[in-house]
Design a binder for this molecule. Structure first.
Ligand code: ATP
Length: 535
């Protein structure tokens, strides 16, 4: 599997185009072409059906600790600016960047490994003796960065004497003498990843607003609305699919790190005592979803975060990761994070309501000991009407990216094999072995030849199937070439009208992966394809 072939197929066949390509493109932005838009819709549709609309709320399935309710939501991209202050994104959602004055190279802070990495991706890791003022500042900044991103390293301290920060060696936040190699560095610059805009006629700070960097906050601030309007009892999951925006310093690796992307997020609200069990459930449930849709084997892993990586409020976070072809051997890229978020988010939005009778309503304090951002002041706790217990629910958050999932499905599907052509000569065939549920086109309909009434019959079949699925009609060129084109598009079934059709009203259905052809009655085609696609 090599990335260049996948990228070139995506462009050639209309899965993905660079945004504003005729003007030279815009880095970090991608358009989905005719096949891509169907694929991505199918990814989102599969997620929504499996997680929300077809969820069985009467029974315990897939190891769920109890039956649970599931509802959907569709919130705005621009929300009240206070939302981002209380969520922490306004203060904390920063990246760090330094520029080398001599080489003019730019380095960004790789949050996962805690290293300064050349923004173009070539990694330069350096170590330094402690005590170098400039480096100390930078290292402290890096530490602050971890703190700000809620990484649990409060107990780490700068040790001015040792040659490196032993405690943080694990995190590889080690900056060192070879930093000289980098030349003179500008001061690290903080870079808020949220896109800023202005609402209404006010162009000053009063009108400032942000494009959401995640869909999750829309769910938290609507928790009470959903609860009151549906009258569900907990446990309750609320799901949302929608665009998010991050002004990434180094967008790269095709759609993997984009500046505009779509997320598929669930916030699952439950009793604190049951939250560990639900965390376990959602880890397994989400991993199975990728397996069921065709990503299995060694390419997909579940990685539990180390305590250092986990957010301070989190009692568990795991990433579902995929071995994308652009990653180095043994490295994986995140498809989805499943986090136990405790009651952190609801509490942040509640703060401001100082209730002396409750020990859970605290005001968040800044470094100066003063309250930081006040929340809504609304009581977002839950009262169980059976037990009369009142509590702030704990939240499990499975947060997936629709674009990264679509890219992983594309990479996993890309296959080259050797198959005989029309003349029996072995040729390399490119085939996208997408799961039928995800395939952009479910079936293609061909007349074997463009005469003897075959096109008419084939068009009839096509129009009939079109009511139920995305189908494609093609009568141009040799049938072998038409099959090949559909293989590249990932179409699982090709239906051919031939001479025999005119005698007995049967057609052949060719399977993309096994190349097996079966003959079936025209009347049965629709139900057969439907059954195979939907399983
Ligand atoms: P990363 O560490 O790769 O930047 P993250 O941990 O910041 O990701 P989350 O904030 O957990 O990501 O977002 C949840 C999901 O949203 C990710 O698992 C990913 O699928 C998707 N996502 C996040 N950032 C991007 C991006 N820039 N481009 C495409 N998808 C993204």
């Amino acid at each position: 599997m090599d990335m260049d072939s996948i990228v070139s197929l995506c462009k050639r066949r209309g899965f993905l185009f660079q945004s504003s390509e005729i003007y030279g493109g815009l880095q970090g932005f991608w358009d989905y072409g005719p096949l891509g838009v169907e694929l991505k819709r199918n990814v989102k549709e599969a997620w929504w059906r499996d997680m929300v609309s077809c969820h069985d709320d009467m029974n315990t399935l897939d190891g769920a600790p109890s039956p649970y309710a599931m509802e959907g939501l569709d919130c705005t991209i621009i929300m009240h600016p206070q939302v981002w202050k209380c969520s922490g994104h306004y203060d904390l959602f920063h990246d760090f960047m330094v520029d080398c004055k001599e080489t003019k190279k730019r380095y960004r802070h790789d949050q996962l490994n805690g290293r300064w990495v050349e923004a173009k991706d070539k990694k330069i890791f350096v170590t330094a003796p402690a005590g170098d003022d400039e480096l100390e500042v930078m290292t402290k900044r890096a530490l602050k960065f971890y703190n700000l991103r809620n990484k649990n390293i409060d107990d780490l301290k700068w040790d001015g004497d040792s040659t490196c920060l032993t405690e943080i060696e694990d995190l590889s936040v080690v900056l060192g003498p070879d930093a000289k190699q980098l030349g003179t560095l500008t001061e690290p610059r903080e870079f808020n990843l949220m896109f800023k805009t202005f609402v209404g006629a006010l162009s000053g700070e009063e009108g400032a607003a942000y494009l959401r960097p995640e869909t999750a906050q829309g769910i938290f601030v609507n928790f009470k609305n959903v609860l009151d309007s549906t009258r569900h009892r907990l446990p309750l999951g609320i799901a949302q699919i929608g665009k998010s925006f991050r002004n990434e310093i180094t967008p790269r690796n095709f759609t993997f790190r984009s500046r505009e992307f779509e997320q598929m997020e669930i916030e699952f609200f439950c009793h604190p005592d049951k939250s560990r069990d639900w965390y376990q459930f959602w880890r397994d449930r989400r991993l199975k979803w990728y397996h069921d849709l065709g990503i299995s084997g060694d390419n997909l892993i579940m990685r539990e975060h180390t305590p250092e990586e986990a957010a301070h409020y989190s009692t568990g976070t795991a990433d579902i990761e995929y071995a994308f072809p652009f990653m180095a051997e043994g490295e994986y890229g995140e498809l989805e994070g499943i986090a136990h978020r405790g009651n952190f988010d609801l509490r942040s939005h509640m703060e401001g309501k100082l209730d002396e009778n409750s020990d859970t309503l605290e005001v968040q304090l800044g470094e100066d000991g003063k309250p930081k951002w006040k929340g809504s002041g609304k009581d977002l706790s839950y009262r169980d009407d059976l037990t009369n217990e009142k509590y702030i629910p704990h939240v499990i958050e499975p947060s997936a990216g629709a674009d990264r999932a679509a890219l992983a499905f594309l990479c996993e599907a890309y296959t080259e094999d050797e198959q005989p052509d029309d003349k029996g000569k072995m040729q390399t065939r490119t085939v996208m072995k997408l799961h039928p549920r995800l395939a952009p086109i479910k079936a293609a309909v061909f007349p074997l030849v463009k005469k003897d009434g075959m096109p008419e019959v084939a068009k009839d079949v096509y129009l009939k199937l079109k009511k139920d699925f995305k189908v494609f009609y093609d009568e141009k060129g040799a049938v072998g070439r038409r099959y090949r084109r559909q293989d590249e598009a990932g179409t699982p079934y090709c239906i051919t009208v031939d001479g025999q059709t005119l005698d007995d009203q049967t057609v052949t259905i060719r399977d993309r992966d096994t190349l097996e052809q079966v003959r079936v009655k025209i009347d049965e085609v629709s139900s057969i394809v439907k059954e195979r696609v939907e399983g």
